[in-house]
Design a protein around this ligand. Sequence first.
Ligand SMILES: *Cc1c(COP(=O)(O)O)cnc(C)c1O
Length: 403
Amino acid sequence: MVQTLTNEQLTDLAAQYSTPLYVYNADVIKHQYEKLTGAFSGQNCRFFYACKALTNLHILRYVKQLGAGIDCSSINEVHLALKADFLPQNILYTSNGIDFAEIETAVTLGVNVNIDSLSNLDKFGHKYGANYPIGLRLRPNILAGGNLKISTGHDKSKFGIPVDQLQPLLEIINRHNLQVRGLHIHTGSEIKDVGVFTEGIDVLLNLVHHFKHLAFIDLGGGFKVPYKPGDGETDMDLLAKTVSISFAQYAAATGKQFEIWFEPGKYLVSASGYFLAKVNVLKPTAAAHFVSLNTGFNHLIRPMFYDSYHHIKNISNPLGPMHDYAVVGNICETDTFAWERPLNEVRENDLLVFFNAGAYGYEMSSNFNSRYKPAEVMVNEGAPKLIRRRQNFDDLLTEICLD
Ligand SMILES: *Cc1c(COP(=O)(O)O)cnc(C)c1O
């Protein structure tokens, strides 16, 4: 079993680096990666870390040395991946409504590209024709994921080329003699039900015969991780078995075999992350007992943005009696992290820890209210290292055009 960070370790880190603070336990990332690759061992799979979840260069380097490839959502993420020494062939740029110029840059850099619109595909055909193989991001018209805001494969989603536009798609491919090497879907985040992946595989396998040059099927990411105590997660062994059976049946019927690609984001980094904040002010009221932290949605926006649940613990008073609190930020907007949340009795200056803060935590942070972004620390086999310093006042001015 992987060692979780203890209250003492987290308290020491808060004392050393101050709060608010993001802490990532690298051992958990390794554990998750091994769980994933272990489940799929013996299958012809490749895993590309969907790095938008957490892009700190040190994390990218760590994930690289584990053996993963990397999936990028912008050309800057591609540049970061190269900076972290990923080889171009291990970098995937899954585009989404981007300027064609970014696709041209990706081609120049020699990375894999998944194209997500007929418009960019046509431009691609004009410029490169058969000279550069590509993947297609398709929209399977499947509703999946934790909630509508994090669902990406349904029939009202902006993501991917809708499978109902197969005819114009094939027309563009044939006209330019495009070398389609892969079909990609990413149906959403927090998909617990393995059946959703099976449905996606079925949609893709039904389309395969239209494409002559296919080498991989990319099933995206979106594996569910437990956020609440008692929450389930995607059953990786079951998923691996299901995937294996689907593709084996297809191979038996057609003689065709594919590499299977995955793009796990949250699954690799969510549980590795802790977000530490200090209690500034207690405010008992008739409606709620407010706990105001020295942070807000400028540092962790998931609860406000898509109603995410983060488990919270008061590590300064772990044996105190339980009471219900409204845990809020210090931002001049309503930024409620949790309502009626049972916590060990909270006192001013106590340290609260948010769990599962590794994915889409720091990455979605901002300078709203002109506050600094937090620092990030990575703990590797028990040894902490500052991997991003806290911002300071000069940082707020660096982009300003001063006279
Ligand atoms: C965000 C994203 C992922 C990862 O999603 P998770 O829910 O973090 O696993 C994978 N693929 C693509 C194309 C994405 O945009």
